[in-house]
Design a protein. Structure first.
Length: 227
């Protein structure tokens, strides 16, 4: 690392804080938690959502289940809640200023009410009311969560498990993504594709390009998404 250059964790902390403030000022954010820094050992730092708890609702088998969305809200295990009740949470693990893993999740709100907003009812109460409504099917919004993972461990990576991949629609769906994503690339991808009417601006010069040791050239040719 060049002298004077900020570490990846410093760059991410600054980027995430600035973008969350921008989204809040734009009226696109309901609330957010401070990014949490955990030292996993003397060399390894994890930047993650507040109240990072392990549990069944975090496991892969819970992907797509509304109970996962509900538990994340109830436990406050998120980075932020968007204006429509959707959840964003991110986790970056960095060892000796090398990105070794990330987990980026957008969990869309499973409901859509035309005349009720989070200004009227808080998110935890909204999902409770939705699940208790005998006519829930009239307000269900059928959108898949999007999770983008980076896990370059040699024992994990193969043609069916790319180092960077997107989960959607099924827990075992892994669509090849070209490279690890910083927070701003992830947010831009989510808003451009799922909130096309939202007016946000993220400067490409503020992106973070992570150095990776292996380009995994043998995976070229797979169906992929570039975010």
């Amino acid at each position: 690392m060049k002298k004077g250059r900020k570490t990846y964790e410093e760059q991410l902390e600054e980027q995430i804080d600035n973008t969350l403030r921008m989204l809040l000022q734009a009226g696109l954010l309901y609330t957010y938690n401070e990014l949490k820094r955990d030292y996993l050992d003397r060399r390894t730092i994890r930047l993650s959502w507040n109240n990072h708890r392990s549990g069944d609702y975090n496991a892969g088998d819970s992907f797509l289940k509304i109970e996962q969305y509900k538990k994340i809200l109830e436990n406050g295990s998120y980075l932020c809640v968007l204006f429509d009740g959707s959840i964003i949470r991110v986790s970056y693990t960095i060892c000796n200023n090398i990105l070794v893993a990330h987990n980026l999740l957008w969990w869309p709100a499973p409901y859509k009410y035309e005349n009720v907003t989070l200004n009227d009812v808080e998110p935890v109460q909204m999902i409770s009311d939705f699940l208790g409504d005998e006519q829930w099917y009239e307000n269900i919004e059928m959108r898949s969560p999007i999770r983008i993972d980076y896990d370059p461990r040699e024992e994990i990576v193969n043609i069916k498990h790319p180092p960077v991949h997107m989960h959607l629609e099924h827990k075992d769906c892994r669509i090849y993504v070209e490279k690890p994503l910083c927070f701003n690339r992830f947010i831009k991808y989510i808003f451009e594709n799922f909130y096309p009417n939202a007016n946000i601006y993220l400067d490409n010069h503020d992106y973070i390009d992570f150095d990776v040791d292996d380009e995994f050239e043998y995976l070229v040719g797979m169906t992929k998404i570039m975010c």
